[in-house]
Design a protein around this ligand. Structure first.
Ligand code: C5P
Length: 234
């Protein structure tokens, strides 16, 4: 597994996204989320694959095990590189889904979503009734543990959580981290941000970067700079 930068393609249409990606003239690792996938369907994945890009299909599956297994089978046909699941779906859902991926023999990483970064300490106690004795951080580590025990390859988490997760679950357990900003760039709606170099030092395996690249004046230059910083080449 090689460390890499994954560009979050949060565009409102496939047309805009393709126009953006074709400016790069090189093979990339990209993330397609619900917004684009629900609008454009599997065709958009085929377009990206045709161009040789690696794909993280970020659909965050969460349903009864039988439905998630069937959805996983459909996703396997798309030949993407990363798919993901809400760990809150439980061990049976996670294990059966990851078994399905392993059985396919395809080289696909399966990631778990621990707690969304939009969840606050107050929300997890008041709304989803996680015991007051368990902090958000403890809950994230416990969820990551469940993901590992259920056979997933890793988790999506904040770079600030990577050390705790790897200490508990080992260096090989993959941590993919969004919330990345250059010291000079806007934070947008992210709160706990980390720089590309900071994410490397904290042990992230992949960083997911959207707006600092997609909304940059020169996206290619921004991408190269962020990649070099993350890989420790500058
Ligand atoms: O534009 P920005 O760099 O903030 O984009 C980050 C991407 O990572 C978005 O697609 C966002 O949905 C995703 N993400 C996140 N925080 C999480 C999980 C996913 O920002 N905890």
């Amino acid at each position: 597994m090689d460390r890499d930068v994954i560009i979050a393609l949060d565009f409102e249409s496939g047309e805009k996204m393709i126009e953006f990606i074709d400016k790069f003239n090189r093979k990339l690792f990209v993330k397609v989320g619900m917004e684009l996938f629900y609008k454009e369907g599997p065709e958009i994945i085929k377009e990206l694959k045709k161009r040789g890009h690696k794909i993280f299909l970020d659909l965050k599956l969460h349903d009864i095990p039988n439905t998630v297994i069937r959805a996983t089978k459909s996703l396997l046909d798309l030949d993407v590189d990363i798919i993901n699941y809400h760990i809150a779906g439980g061990s049976k859902m996670l294990k059966e889904a990851s078994d399905q991926v392993k059985k396919s023999g395809k080289d696909i990483l399966t990631l778990g979503i621990t707690m969304l970064t939009s969840s606050s300490e107050e929300m997890i106690h008041k709304e989803i009734l996680i015991d007051e004795n368990h902090s958000l951080e403890e809950t994230v580590i416990s969820y990551a543990k469940l993901a590992k025990e259920s056979g997933l390859s890793g988790v999506v988490c904040s770079a600030l959580e990577v050390r705790g997760i790897k200490k508990e679950l080992g260096e090989d357990f993959i941590c993919v981290t969004p919330g990345i900003r250059l010291p000079s760039s806007k934070k947008d709606d992210q709160t706990r941000v980390v720089s590309p170099g900071g994410a490397r030092e904290l042990g992230s395996d992949y960083i997911v970067v959207g707006r600092p690249i997609t909304q940059a004046e020169d996206p290619l230059k921004a991408y190269e700079k962020i990649r070099k910083m993350f890989l420790g080449e500058e």
